[in-house]
Design a protein around this ligand. Structure first.
Ligand code: NG6
Ligand code: CA
Length: 517
């Protein structure tokens, strides 16, 4: 059982005001013995500049902003990758996704990427006696084999096999089939009158496709791709037939996920729990509920941020109502950076009106530059964390695993979470420095390494931007790139040739990390 001292006591001890401290400490010496609940709310494609407390314009995020005031706001927190699957893989396993070659953006019928024999973050909590639940976007494969799932029967392998007691998830992304929720390993509300078929190889006869029937795309038109199956008047990636009443309506996804997450909290109010709540917001297709429409002045993308903030607020409200606020460690962060046109005509770019989703960092989702993986990160744990803390400590999602293990005083099995370092104090705003370096992966697998001052990007193949979306900057260059983030936080001046020793030293870090493979 984890024990920690009440915050007031810690502060007095740290302050060293002996006379005051001794009496005050003894009067405040009540030690909490119950392990904290742990909640990760992981947004999708929410940028470093997309929240009020990170400088967002034209959208207000009052719930998240309150979290900022009540906890720690981190300004140098990193996802492990600039796209979803490798980012989530690393968070949930404590292993860099680039150590495996099967962790690229997963199709909707991918097989389980995290296998039962691998020790997951959910296993860690479950073994410590926690109730464990996953809600929302999964995107890490389901079933024992890719492309062969029978979506009309319980899946032979699912989240229950990697430590989650309960789950209510989307198999992949909102824009990929199957467009149904999977609850505890089988399709929720499965409709026997409409058996589900899914393929990423060939269309189903008689099923209209977005590319041939733009008139059926009554909710959102595609701008690029997203022209295969049509579900709810929106074109998707992949082919699908059936589903009937199990098919989701995009405008209700946030409600469904939040409802299930709140129920999980209520069910487990009397025992410690770990909840992984991965929202569909603000990934494409952005199609928030009507009550959030027009609430941001930035169209659908901004409204999806408002919907995300609502989800955070609901979780906070539920904790408060159950008296669980004080001893719940709540983390809000994002899987990768922001993108505007990600394949649907939702006018995300046209309606920005001065808002900068990247928060003045260079790039976006997919990129090697800072906006790809530097993400908002807020941590609230009233029992221990000082409110209103702002920290520039260098932290990475990959360390959450070992940090939680430290919190639980749990021993990890040999080989578990191999890249994860114990960094709880940095995540809680108590250690202002954090990691020596952070490694991030772009979507072409190129790695970068960042220290307090420098950012080095290894040479790689690939374009500077996508041909279909010139507004998406990738930054893949065949030469090394080095930026002095202290004088050049927006990575405008590549100084690799001026500082060859620094470039070589940072390159050597990447080589050393790779050789630990
Ligand atoms: C891309 C999709 C994009 C998004 C992304 C994955 C197109 C044109 N683009 O291939 O819409 O789904 O994959 O995003 O199809 S992630 O956040 O889940 O990694
Ligand atoms: Ca994402």
């Amino acid at each position: 059982m984890t024990r920690y001292r009440k915050k007031t006591e810690c502060l007095l001890l740290a302050g060293g005001v002996a006379a005051v401290a001794s009496s005050a400490c003894s009067s405040a010496s009540k030690e909490e013995t119950r392990s904290p609940n742990v909640i990760i709310i992981l947004a999708d494609d929410l940028g470093f500049g997309d929240l009020g407390c990170y400088g967002a314009k034209n959208v207000s995020t009052p719930n998240v902003d309150r979290l900022c005031r009540e906890g720690v706001q981190l300004s140098n927190a990193y996802a492990v990758a600039s796209v979803s699957t490798p980012s989530r893989y690393s968070l949930l396993t404590g292993e860099y996704a680039w150590r495996r070659n099967d962790t690229g953006v997963a199709v909707g019928d991918a097989g389980m990427i995290i296998r039962p024999e691998q020790y997951s973050m959910a296993d860690l909590f479950k073994n410590a006696g926690y109730a464990t639940g996953a809600f929302g976007k999964w995107h890490l494969g389901l079933g024992d084999k890719g492309g062969e799932q029978d979506w009309n029967a319980p899946l032979p392998m699912g989240l229950g096999d990697i430590g989650f007691d309960q789950s209510y998830i989307m198999a992949a992304t909102g824009d990929r089939v199957p467009c149904v929720f999977i609850e505890n390993g089988r399709v929720a509300d499965w409709d026997p009158s409409a058996p589900i078929e899914v393929s990423y190889r060939q269309p189903f006869e008689g099923e209209p496709l977005g590319k041939d029937h733009p008139e059926l795309l009554y909710n959102l038109q595609s701008s690029v791709g997203h022209n295969q199956a049509i579900v709810n008047g929106i074109g998707r990636i992949g082919y699908m037939r059936g589903g009937g009443k199990a098919l989701w309506k995009d405008e209700n996804i946030a409600d469904s996920l939040t409802t299930h997450a709140l129920a999980f909290i209520r069910q487990n109010k009397d025992r410690p729990f770990f909840m992984y709540l991965a929202t569909n917001d603000v990934h494409v297709p952005r199609f928030p509920h009507e009550r959030f429409r027009g609430k941001s002045g930035m169209g659908l993308r901004g409204d999806a941020i408002v919907e995300f903030d609502w989800t955070v607020g609901e979780v906070m409200r539920q904790l408060r109502e159950l008296g669980l606020e004080e001893n719940t460690l709540l983390i809000v962060t994002s899987d990768n950076g922001p993108v505007l046109d990600d394949g649907y005509q939702d006018q995300a770019r046209e309606l920005l009106n001065g808002h900068d989703p990247s928060g003045q960092l260079r790039g976006n989702k997919y990129t090697v530059y800072e906006a790809g993986a530097r993400v908002p990160a807020l941590v609230r744990w009233p029992a221990r964390v000082a409110p209103g803390t702002v920290s520039g400590a260098l932290v990475s999602h990959v360390d959450l695993f070992a940090s939680f293990a430290g919190l639980l005083e749990a021993r990890l099995p040999r080989g578990a979470a191999p890249d994860s370092q114990r960094a709880l104090e940095a995540w809680l705003g108590e250690d202002p420095v954090g990691r020596d370096y952070v490694i991030a992966q772009a979507n072409n697998r190129a790695l970068s390494v960042r220290t307090a001052r420098w950012k080095y990007i290894e040479p790689s193949n690939g374009p500077l931007s996508y041909s279909w979306a010139p507004g998406i900057e990738l930054g893949f260059l065949s030469q090394p790139q080095l930026f002095d983030l202290l004088s050049d936080p927006a990575e405008r001046h590549n100084v690799a040739t001026h500082h060859p020793d620094t470039a070589a030293r940072l390159h050597a870090i990447l080589s050393m990390e790779r050789s630990r493979d």
